[in-house]
Design a protein around this ligand. Structure first.
Ligand SMILES: [Cu+2]
Length: 628
């Protein structure tokens, strides 16, 4: 399906993307794959509070379990905050040095390596929690490893500056400032990664100082640079350069006055509101306070500048900076559809525009492009997604606050999904045929399954963290004199095995459904979907009976950590099965409405991936909960 030179071209062209775009790709992936871990930690917390499970109140789980789950999400989350601003800094340094980024082909893999490593360092937040010595050493090493890709990127930024014709505009000042502050934050970070030094620094203002040098210094300062940089593009007007530089002067002085003295307070504990005058911390804290007011107050200069300039500033032309990236090739502010003149083509001599109707050469594409132009955004907007969000929010809030809110939220959610589904079935969201330029680089890829696979990775993070919690509880039980139920003691192995067969068979019927859809057999498709639905529903009925029996036998949510993890794992898995059943109803209705299989086969394939994931999770659950 994908030719080799297409891949080659793709790889070559992707390297041309601005670093900001690359930074956002990794930020998005970190968000998609780290947040589910946090959701699983919150699921256990909600279960404890709302259903009386004992994850964080037992000796097998307790605060240490929370620490592990929270920080597995927490460290990648720090990079979610850092990477956008850090990447903007690179683009700004390149633009205002009039040089391409030094070793860009090395920077991008370094961003990828840092993103992957960010999932392997979480216990450096737990050096003092009493976890084993060998674990401490392992996390010491992974944490120090992560400084290597960042050091390479910082060096590349510095080498971009070397020999460039540098213009110190306001965005450039913020970029260079960000780089300098991040270097200080990085160096203090290496101290923290050492188990020996962290034993001394833990819980002191040294750590607070380090954290803010990286996140505020490296991340936020870069974002401020980006704000000034794109302000003329966003508003079509220039900000006042002199005021921008005054803002930067107060910003950088205030910042260092606020955060540098914290590095000197390596003996002052965090989270205290007063201290003995004899400690000598007073004068340093006074400096910090003066710095905080200077730093905070300096932002007012920026807001005044940008607010005034957005109305009164001199008009900016399309490219006030002599920048290289594509957004500077369109008028400020950019028109709808971004490139009305055609598909932009980048070459060594600059940007040219291929007229849209001629894109990709073919006659058919030209026609498609026109129909896309004619389509306006208003035609396919829908208010249902925001209702889904509101319903989910209320329902989840209700999980903690009480039944009425939970029920109300669930009703709103159900109504929203039904309404949204109806609109889809009426073809309101028939995919508009996009101009080739808008589809790039996915013109020859099926992008719907790709989206599903990215989602599946999030599910792997979610269930993976729950499996991690299971392993943690189980390994801790001998240490706390808790005897985990033996196989067959509590759970009905025969019933669990029967259910496994049901679910696996439904996976098979789903494969049949896809085969029939592709072969064009309408009856075969509907039959397979009905079979899949029946098997899934049968599975859920068995599950409900099983829960009822366990409850009657005194094995309830709060009986032990073994019961708590059993109910949460089978509960969230069951919720996934129910969601799948709802989706199956939608697929069956869609197939009936379309009266053909070709239109449904894409949706069947995407759902098949999901259903396969639900099956795969059960394949892990069954032995863990019933056989071991
Ligand atoms: Cu961390």
């Amino acid at each position: 399906m994908i030719s080799q030179d297409f891949l080659f071209l793709l790889a070559l062209s992707l390297m041309k993307l601005p670093l900001f775009t690359w930074g956002w790709i990794f930020t998005s992936l970190l968000m998609l794959w780290a947040f589910p871990a946090f959701v699983s930690a919150l699921s256990l917390l909600v279960a404890d509070r709302a259903f009386g499970t004992v994850f964080f109140t037992s000796t097998q789980g307790g605060p240490l379990l929370w620490d592990h789950m929270f920080w597995f999400f927490g460290h990648p989350e720090v990079y979610v905050l850092l990477l956008p601003g850090f990447a903007i800094t690179g683009d700004l340094i390149s633009t205002f040095s009039r040089r391409p980024l030094y070793a860009k082909k090395l920077i991008i893999p370094c961003l990828a390596i840092a993103s992957i490593l960010s999932f392997t360092v979480w216990a450096h937040h737990m050096f003092m929690t009493g976890i084993s010595q060998s674990l401490l050493e392992a996390f010491n090493i992974t944490t120090e490893l992560i400084s290597i890709p960042f050091a390479i990127i910082v060096l590349a930024y510095i080498l971009t500056l070397r020999g460039g014709s540098i213009r110190f505009t306001t965005p450039m000042l913020f970029a260079v400032g960000s780089l300098g502050l991040f270097i200080i934050g990085g160096i203090t970070g290496v101290f923290n990664s050492s188990v020996a030094l962290d034993t001394a620094f833990r819980g002191t203002f040294w750590v607070v100082g380090h954290f803010h040098y990286t996140i505020v210094g490296g991340g936020l300062t870069g974002l401020f640079g980006g704000l000034y940089y794109w302000f003329p593009k966003i508003t079509g007007r220039m900000y006042n350069e002199r005021l921008g530089k005054i803002h930067f002067a107060f910003y950088i002085v205030g910042f260092n006055l606020l955060y540098f003295p914290m590095q000197l307070l390596y003996d002052m504990p965090r989270r205290i509101f007063t201290y003995d005058p004899g400690t000598g911390w007073g004068p340093i804290n006074l400096l910090i306070t003066i710095g905080a007011f200077t730093f905070g107050g300096s932002q007012l200069i920026m807001f005044a500048n940008l607010l005034w300039s957005s109305r009164r500033g001199p008009t900016a032309d399309r490219d006030p900076w002599g920048a290289y990236s594509l957004e500077w090739g369109v008028p400020s502010p950019p028109p709808e559809f971004n490139f009305p003149e055609g598909v932009p083509v980048i070459s060594a001599t600059g940007v040219t525009y291929r007229p849209v109707s001629m894109a990709n050469g073919g006659h058919k594409e030209a026609h498609e492009a026109e129909s896309y132009e004619a389509e306006s955004h208003e035609e396919h907007w829908s208010h249902w997604p925001i209702v889904v969000a509101a319903g989910a929010g209320i329902a989840l809030w209700g999980l903690l606050m009480g039944l009425p809110a939970l029920l109300f939220g669930t009703v709103v959610l159900a109504a929203a999904f039904t309404g949204w589904g109806r609109e889809t079935l009426r073809g309101r969201f028939a995919e508009p045929i996009e101009a080739v330029g808008e589809k790039w680089p996915f013109e020859r890829l099926e992008n719907l399954p790709l989206g599903m696979w990215i989602f599946i990775f999030g599910e792997i993070a979610f269930f993976g963290t729950l499996f991690g919690a299971y392993a943690f509880l189980r390994m801790n039980s001998p240490l706390t004199d808790f005897v985990w139920p033996r196989p067959g003691e509590v759970h009905n192995i025969a019933l669990g095995g029967f259910n496994t067969i049901l679910l696996l068979t439904s996976g098979l019927t789903m494969v049949f459904a896809l085969t029939f859809a592709r072969r064009g057999s309408y009856v075969g498709l509907q039959g397979s979907l009905v079979a899949t639905f029946s098997l899934g529903a049968f599975f859920m009925v068995n599950k409900a009976l099983e829960w009822k029996e366990l409850f009657a036998g005194g094995f309830t949510f709060g009986t032990s950590t073994a019961s708590s993890i059993y109910y949460v794992l089978t509960g969230v898995h069951g919720a996934h099965v129910v969601a799948g059943l709802v989706a199956l109803i939608y697929l069956m209705v869609k197939a009936v409405k379309a009266h053909s299989t070709t239109q449904a086969s894409g949706a069947v394939e995407v759902f098949g991936i999901y259903w396969g994931m639900v099956d795969a999770v059960w394949i892990f659950l069954f032995p863990l909960l019933y056989l071991l």
